[in-house]
Design a protein around this ligand. Sequence first.
Ligand code: GTP
Ligand code: MG
Length: 236
Amino acid sequence: MSVEKSTKKARGTAACENTNIELLKANDYVADIIRKQMTTSNTLLINLTSSAGSGKTTLMQKTAERLKDKLNMAVMVGDLETERDADRLKEAGIQASQIVTGGICHLEAQMVHQVLDRFNLDEIDLLFVENVGNLVCPASFDLGEDYRVTLMATTEGDDKPKKYPRMFLTSDMMLISKSDLLPHLPFSSEAVIKDSKEVNHELEVIQISSLTEEGVDEWCEWLLEKVQQKQEAKVL
Ligand SMILES: Nc1nc2c(ncn2[C@@H]2O[C@H](COP(=O)(O)OP(=O)(O)OP(=O)(O)O)[C@@H](O)[C@H]2O)c(=O)[nH]1
Ligand SMILES: [Mg+2]
């Protein structure tokens, strides 16, 4: 992530009503520590956000299936309660760790930092943080990620980028998920792409389905390219 992008994520009006400026400053301080750790260990960090149930964990399972023989991938996953998502990811054969927020609607950099030592970062090429399912609060918290990827499911309706603009403004990639359901839903991918690009003209977009695997090749190629770019940057 460029410095400009990092600043855009770190500053600005808090999306979450209860978020005050001091908390955001403390968050950004820890996010920078995480960013440095990821540079030292050569690990690409992706912050995966979406509404609840948009298909984040299912996509992580599919991504693990595709990439686990090519690189070392791990996921830390935030939820209000239960370890269910981490259990699903471990079954997919990758390292996974649950952060139970106990009711908090988003992950903060401090929560991520506290559990980083559960992983041997020097051995991990690609680390995902699956954020709490919510398009509002997670938008305000930089987690030290290289890229923020937001799933926008076809089941949610195509009006979301303009209604929840901060999440789309601070994201690098939008995945239009559950594309297999498009024939059954009044959802226009063109409308969602137009609105999201009006919010953030740099946003990349892939239409994806974990069921039919539409877009999964493109998604995995994007990830492999970003991992490679990060590793090459360290060598230079
Ligand atoms: N049709 C269809 N269903 C999907 C797809 N991906 C996920 N689902 C279903 O959507 C539901 C929610 O999927 P999850 O992967 O648990 O979603 P999530 O975003 O991780 O959910 P939270 O962690 O609770 O926010 C499950 O019933 C999945 O089987 C998809 O590509 N197509
Ligand atoms: Mg999940």
